[in-house]
Each structure stands twice: as C-alpha cells, then as structure tokens.
Ligand binder design. Structure first.
Ligand SMILES: *Cc1c(COP(=O)(O)O)cnc(C)c1O
Length: 489
C-alpha cells in the first residue's frame, strides 16, 4: 500500500481523506449506550404492558402516512427522535400477536431469551452461509435442528435448515422431495395449508399432477380416498411421488393419521412430507405427543418455532430424514459432496438463501435457558386452555362447538347467526379492543376460532373473551340472523 500511495500519479489531495477512518455512519460510545438502552427500555416496557393495552389497533392510511411518509430525507436527523417515532408506530399501529388475548390465526408469543438471542445475532452480524465464514452460528444451527428433532421425539439424526417460516420450509421440502424421489403426482388434502399450493405453483408443478383430496368428517386426510387415488394413478400409468400430510391443521388443529399415510407411502414409494408448522411443537409435551403419533415416519417435516416455541419472527425449520438430500437438491457447487458428513455444513447448500442471517441463536438460547421441561409445560398449558375454552363454549346456550380443542385450537359457532353475522362479531370484537380472534371456513360455513398458544393467557381471559362474544352474538343486527332461526330477544 505504501508503495502505491507514494507512487507517481496518486495525489494526497485526491485520496488523502481515505487514510483515516471516517466519522460518517458512526455514533459515539455514549450515544450508542444511551440509544441502545432506549430500545431496551422500550421493548421491556412493551413486554410488561402489552397485555394491558388493546390487542389490536388500526389507523387510517392518512394517520400512518403522516407518521412515516415524506420526501426522501436528504440530510441527517436525530436518532432518538426517530426511534421514538418507530416505537410509537409499533406500539400503536399493529395487532399485538404476543398479547395474551390475541387468539386470531396463529398468535406469536415470544420469550425474553429468544428476543435477546435475536438481538445478538443482529448486532453481531451473525451469518450462517458457509462453514468457513461462520462455524459458530453454523454449529448452533446444526445443534438446534438436532434438538428440535429430539424434542419432537424424532428417531435418528435428521438434516435440518432454518428458514423464514413454514411457507419457505414447505417450498424447500417440496423441491427436495421432487429432486430426491422424482417428479410425479402429489397428494394434498383440502385442509393442507395454502402455502403448499403456492409453493407448487411457484415451481411449476403441473396442475394435472396435483390431487387435492377432500378431508374426512373430522377434517383429517381421508386415507381411504388417498389409497384409492394412488392406486388409480398407478394403474393409469402415472407416478405417485409425494404426500403432504398435516400435523395440526391451521384451521382446526386436526392431525392427519400419519401412521396410515406412512404405510401407503412406504408401499408405493411415495415421499411423506409432514407439515407440522403449527402443531409440531406440541410433540414436546406428553399431552401433545399422544396426538402426534407417526411424526418420525416422515421423510421431511416442517415446524415453525416462531409459532409455538416462543420465538420472535422469523424462524421456520425443515428437517429431512435422508442425509445429503438437501445438498443434493440445493448445492451450488460440487464441493458439497465433501460436506455432507456431520460436523461441517454449508447451509447455503441446503436451501435457497446464500447470504443468510443466523436464526439459530435465539432458539439455542431458548432451549438452553428454559430446558425442555419448562417449554413442554408451557405448551401443555396452552393445550389445556383450548380445552377450557371448549368447556365454556359447551356451557353457553347460544354457542356451539364445531371442532373440539385440538392442539390449542377450538372452533365454534353461534347457530342463530349466518356467515356474515360471524364475520361481524369478529369485527366488533376487534374494534372493542378486549380480545382479537378470527374466523375460518369449515364445510362451507364461517365459524369462530380461538387459538390459545400464549402461556400467559388465563382462564379468566378465556371466560371473559367468550362472554364478550356471547354479548356480541346477542346484539347482532337482524340481517345477520339465519332466516331459519327465530330472532332472539
Ligand atoms: C402457519 C403455517 C404455515 C406457513 O408458515 P409461515 O411461517 O406463516 O410461512 C404452513 N403450514 C401450516 C400448517 C401453518 O400453520
């Protein structure tokens, strides 16, 4: 460098400024501590206060635009002011999926160790692309994938990878299944998560090779219909290739009969992919595992720690039983052949991301800090909360259980209300600000649904929420009443 700098033609006036570290983009130690603690304080205030706030807040576009929009900033402004703006927006204008009375879709309860783990990964620019650039975070990823498998009771050592969530994990699984088991027909049920169909469309899986089998009366995969369809396809000269089963559907928490499906798969050489994005976590406790028989028989399995393992968004996990399959599918360089032994893993060769953040640290510190037993009792508590909700609904003369509590989900209806009436109840519940829940559609009917996976939720929260729902169904406008039922007074 010295030689270059001294060589003729390079003048100090042109490049002189480069000879010292710049102070652009830099904050002083004192400022960083002060502002960093400001964020810590804001997050801790959120954790302490979230349950006493409204679980959902909305605002008109105007309000949000005036808070955040404006011309592209050309010059600097104060970081503490900007942080305050963001804190205000975050605390005010979003549904708090970590609120103890947030029962909609799939809530996102977090935990403090996991938040700290995520912060560390961000602050230390933790990556997990190649073994060479990140042996530490890569090892953490290998370890947490192994721990997840063990926690779920999977037998053997599965290869794993962390991705952004269940959608990308399902996509990664399907691409792997096709690469390792060959193209052909894929079988889903009508309760399969929509991300699977989108994954198939994204990779151009021919619609004629996708069979969606109507689920049985309990919203499980109709295994008899599956067996028939597979046989029909074989005799028609098609090649059955993959079955996507669900362990804990997002709609009702129903678990497909994995043992029977695995048998059909084994008999005809199909790849069994199990989407346990929602329900898989329940296998960590005895109460849940009792409902999840057959998980180990999957060829690939998806679980979303950002749903029911108390992780900040985002983290999903794909586990594959066959060693080297992920690399065979995704490796960008032939050196991968050297890397499939355990120990060194180049994660960029296991999925679609090259530069990847380390999502493992937060889950590692969660397992390490709480231990399996504590996590298991938190999850068991959530399952019991849904059972409690079911009991309260059963005792209510105006409400009726549609599907019983399964892995933390119960669905129910107010039989005197029509579909629009159910949607209206949800809207009014949300705008009241006491609790948030959502509807779903089962057998063509709109029903109410509670997903109780926040361990801070209490029986009072459930009882009071159902009481609110009861009141709202009583005060529904006449146009929301089913014509066949007399108006209630
Ligand atoms: C939530 C969910 C997904 C999608 O997961 P994301 O993390 O939202 O991408 C897939 N399958 C099932 C069963 C789910 O519940």
């Amino acid at each position: 460098m010295e030689e270059l700098a001294n060589s003729e033609g390079i003048s100090d006036t042109t490049f002189g400024a480069l000879s010292t570290s710049p102070d652009i983009l830099v904050f002083s130690e004192n400022e960083m501590r002060r502002l960093g603690y400001q964020v810590v304080d804001a997050v801790i205030a959120h954790i302490l206060n979230v349950d006493s706030q409204r679980p959902a807040a909305t605002a008109s576009d105007d309000v949000l635009t005036s808070a955040l929009d404006g011309p592209l900033p050309n010059s600097a402004s104060a970081l503490d002011v900007n942080l305050t703006t963001l804190v205000d927006v975050l605390t005010t204008y979003q549904q708090h999926e970590d609120h103890k009375r947030y029962f909609a879709r799939v809530p996102g309860p977090t935990s403090f160790p996991a938040i700290l783990g995520d912060w560390l990964a961000t602050g230390m620019q933790a990556t997990a692309s190649s073994w060479q650039n990140a042996p530490g975070p890569s090892t953490a990823e290998i370890v947490v994938c192994q721990w997840l498998g063990e926690a779920l009771g999977l037998e053997g050592a599965w290869d794993g990878i962390l991705v952004s969530g269940g959608s990308v994990a399902n996509l990664t699984a399907i691409v792997t299944a096709r690469a390792c088991n060959g193209p052909g027909t894929i079988y889903l049920s009508d309760q399969t998560h929509a991300s699977v169909m989108r994954a198939l469309a994204s990779i151009g899986w021919a619609p004629k090779d996708i069979r969606v089998i109507p689920s049985d009366r309990s919203h499980r995969f109709d295994t008899a219909a599956l067996a028939t369809a597979v046989l029909e396809d074989i005799s028609a000269g098609r090649k059955p290739s993959v079955v996507v089963a669900t362990a804990g559907t997002t709609n009702t928490g129903a678990v497909d009969d994995l043992d029977t499906i695995a048998k059909i798969c084994a008999e005809h050489g199909l790849w069994l992919h199990v989407d346990a994005a929602y329900g898989g976590a329940a296998a960590i406790c005895d109460q849940g595992r009792a409902h999840l028989s057959g998980l180990s028989k999957a060829d690939s399995l998806v679980i979303d720690p950002h749903k029911w393992m108390f992780q900040p968004f985002d983290i999903g996990c794909l586990l594959v039983k066959h060693p080297g399959c992920l690399e065979r599918t995704f490796a960008m360089s032939p050196e991968y052949l050297a890397d499939i032994s355990r120990g060194t893993v180049n994660f960029y060769n296991r999925g679609l991301e090259l530069t990847r953040r380390s999502r493992a640290l937060k889950l590692w510190i969660t397992f390490q800090t709480y231990g399996r037993e504590t996590l298991a009792s938190a999850i068991a508590r959530c399952m019991a909360l849904a059972e409690f909700a079911q009991r309260i609904i059963e005792l209510n003369p105006l409400l009726q259980v549609v599907t019983p509590a399964q892995l933390g989900i119960v669905t129910f209806e107010a039989p005197h209300l029509n579909d629009a009436g159910h949607a209206d109840v949800i809207d009014r519940l949300t705008s009241e600000g006491f609790a948030v829940t959502s509807s779903t559609v089962l057998d063509g009917r709109t029903v109410l649904r509670l997903c109780t996976i926040n361990p801070r939720t209490t029986t009072d929260d459930i009882r009071d929420t159902i009481e609110h729902i009861d009141k709202l169904t009583r005060s529904s406008a006449p146009e929301f009443h089913r014509s066949s039922t007399p108006l209630l007074t």
